[in-house]
Design a protein around this ligand. Structure first.
Ligand code: EAX
Length: 326
């Protein structure tokens, strides 16, 4: 082979290698509804850092915060068809796609953060993650939203009687709607993207979310009262579209799984930090925080949601979760 032909050959080969290299370059969008400075954003940033490190920049990540790609239900639909690659999302709208997860949305089911994290990281949690792939979603692990508390703009909520007829925004979640109906409130399901405006306009009186959402969205700008009801432990998920997943190499899949673990740790650490500073932060911003409320009264008031759930979905996993906390 002459010198010139060697050069031509080398250029040709490197061109193919470059092309192959570029062909492998992948860009993942991760959708979250809160701002990037949030517990979901912490998870997304950790995912981005880890996978860009492992792939040496071959896989890059864009964090799409503030619900710019849609509410959680729309994002799940987008992942099913492959138009959105990933999300860190609550289970709020997930039950409409994977009904088995509704059990996790039952009020007063988990006793503590440690208990919830242990159960979700064990066989019960894995069994639920395995239910996602038939719905076109790859569930990479259980992240965390947090224990949900009730906020409103009318008066302190000390017990179920105080929310009678109150227009409380809920997620688009049948279990939460049933629970607030049973408690005598007027549940108003809507995507998170609409909530702050609805609170500002007074079309709803209150909403319920974890401390991390309160802080990320400066809930004190639109609400006056917070009751630390802790009425639901709200899990979150790191999800990938199966369309995206099926287009990954084995190496890339391994990197995604490792990066998801990093995301979940960063997300949970961020929630733990917010739980430590939450009450003080709310009070510093003028929120009237009710800590002493009628928890037993709420537990009794929402019992019909359990009966409705068990009739429709059975109680096998519910009993497993209860037994795991005895
Ligand atoms: O996932 O919609 C909600 O109330 C969720 O907690 C929020 O979007 C974070």
């Amino acid at each position: 082979m002459t010198y010139l032909s060697k050069i031509a050959h080398g250029v040709l080969v490197s061109g193919f290698v470059m092309l192959a290299g570029v062909a492998h370059a992948k860009e993942l969008n991760i959708a979250i509804t809160p701002p990037e400075e949030s517990h979901y954003g912490a998870g997304a940033k950790a995912f981005k850092a880890k996978i860009e490190e492992l792939s040496k920049g071959d896989v890059t990540v864009n964090i799409k915060a503030n619900g710019v790609l849609g509410g959680e239900r729309e994002v799940l639909e987008g992942m099913q068809i492959g138009s959105i690659e990933m999300a860190v999302t609550s289970t709020g709208a997930v039950g409409g796609f994977v009904p088995d997860t509704y059990v996790l949305d039952l009020p007063f089911l988990f006793k503590s953060y440690d208990s919830a994290r242990t159960i979700l990281d064990g066989p019960i949690g894995q069994g639920l993650l395995d239910k996602f792939e038939p719905q076109g979603l790859v569930a990479l692990g259980w992240a965390e939203n947090g224990f949900r508390h009730i906020t409103n703009s009318k008066h302190p909520i000390k017990g179920p009687d105080d929310i009678k007829g109150m227009k409380i925004r809920t997620m688009e979640n049948d279990i939460h709607i049933a629970a607030f109906n049973a408690a005598g409130a007027a549940p108003t399901p809507m995507s998170w993207n609409e909530v702050i405006t609805a609170l500002q306009q007074g079309t709803i009186d209150g909403q319920e979310n974890p401390m991390s959402i309160f802080i990320a969205n400066k809930i004190w700008d639109v609400q006056k009262y917070v009751t630390l009801s802790g009425h639901v432990y709200s899990p979150a998920l790191v999800l990938m579209s199966k369309v995206t997943w099926d287009g990954l190499s084995d190496d890339e899949k391994a990197w995604v799984r490792e990066a998801a673990k990093a995301a979940i740790q960063a997300n949970r650490d961020y929630v733990s930090k917010n739980e430590e500073i939450g009450i003080k932060t709310l009070r510093e911003h003028g929120i009237d925080v009710t800590e002493d409320f009628d928890r037993d009264g709420f537990v009794q008031a929402v019992q019909p949601a359990y009966e409705a759930f068990s009739e429709k979905y059975g109680s096998e996993v519910l009993d497993q979760i209860r037994d795991a906390q005895k």
